[in-house]
Design a protein around this ligand. Structure first.
Ligand SMILES: [Zn+2]
Length: 300
């Protein structure tokens, strides 16, 4: 039991949407720390769509420190698609399907996806990512192009996928082996969770941040945030991550008897004015640098 091949294990894959590496390094996340050390990694995508397209083809954010150690196994990467160009680098789980989901489905796993940011809204026919799953659950609100920053700033609870760990774990446990993907939206703007509720001050700051995200380089001086304002916003993302950690602790405790392989990373980070812009979908080290944890749950 101690040494099940990583390729035969159930899988939990979680993306902490928009979570910055420095926020993760300063947060209290005991359940993530139990998986293994926090690794600094570089994402192949600057926003949700390309980052997940790469991820679902096995291209995780790459740790800058080199090979990974998972459950005593050293590997250059966890997954490696046969679509990748030839390499002598060692992958723990080589696969030849078009996506991880196709690979695990073909092996008879129960494949379940859950999401919270609008790229995962399965009711929108333009969204390709949820279609890659035989079963997908979207918990966020539908995207409304006309939504004003004021309308987008709201407290969140049941519309966060990790509020539904019991339901997701029960689906996984119906099968002998499972592949569970969760896109965690708590760390995405507006960063609101039960640990980071709206206040008069942060509400106004998040509205200004939405305006800066939308306007990109066209922000006028009046819209700019002070260093102190930015600290308030980064602290909201930190608290949103700490809320996700407690919910992941609940999910892990429900599934650890199956001893799954677990990978948790951000899809991309977020810039808070370090290079003059705010948000993501543009190349900047704060956007490309993301946190990554991996490990195996359970054990003797
Ligand atoms: Zn994203």
């Amino acid at each position: 039991m101690a040494n099940i091949d990583l390729a035969e294990r159930s899988v939990i894959l979680v993306t902490l949407d928009s979570c910055r590496y420095d926020v993760a390094a300063s947060a209290h996340t005991p359940n993530l720390a139990n998986l293994g050390p926090l690794l600094r990694a570089e994402s192949p995508g600057t926003y949700t769509l390309p980052a997940h397209a790469a991820l679902f083809n096995g291209f995780l954010p790459r740790p800058v420190s080199g090979p990974l150690t998972v459950d005593g196994n050293k590997a250059d990467s966890i997954w490696r698609s046969s679509a990748a160009r030839p390499s002598t680098r060692h992958a723990a789980v080589p696969f030849d399907g078009s996506t991880l989901m196709a690979h695990y489905s073909r092996k008879g796993y129960r494949v379940v996806g859950a999401g919270g940011v609008t790229f995962f809204d399965s009711s929108n026919p333009a969204n390709g990512l949820p279609k890659l799953f035989p079963e997908f659950h979207y918990f966020g609100h539908p995207f409304r192009p006309s939504a004003t920053p004021r309308a987008r700033v709201a407290d969140r609870g049941e519309d966060l996928p990790l509020a539904h760990t019991r339901m997701l774990a029960d689906l996984c446990l119906e099968a002998e082996r499972f592949f569970l993907f969760v896109n965690c939206s708590s760390t995405h703007i507006p960063y609101t969770t039960p640990f980071s509720p709206l206040t008069k001050r942060n509400k106004e700051l998040i509205q200004r941040l939405y305006q800066l995200h939308d306007s990109q380089q066209n922000a006028s001086d009046d819209d700019l945030l002070t260093a102190e304002d930015i600290e308030v916003l980064l602290d909201m993302q930190r608290r949103a991550l700490e809320w996700a950690d407690t919910r992941l602790g609940d999910l892990f405790s429900r599934l650890d008897a199956r001893r799954p392989l677990v990978v948790v990373c951000a899809d991309h980070g977020e810039e808070f004015g370090e290079g003059g812009r705010f948000g993501h979908a543009h190349p900047h080290p704060t956007v490309a640098t993301v946190p990554l944890w991996c490990g195996v749950l359970g054990g003797e």
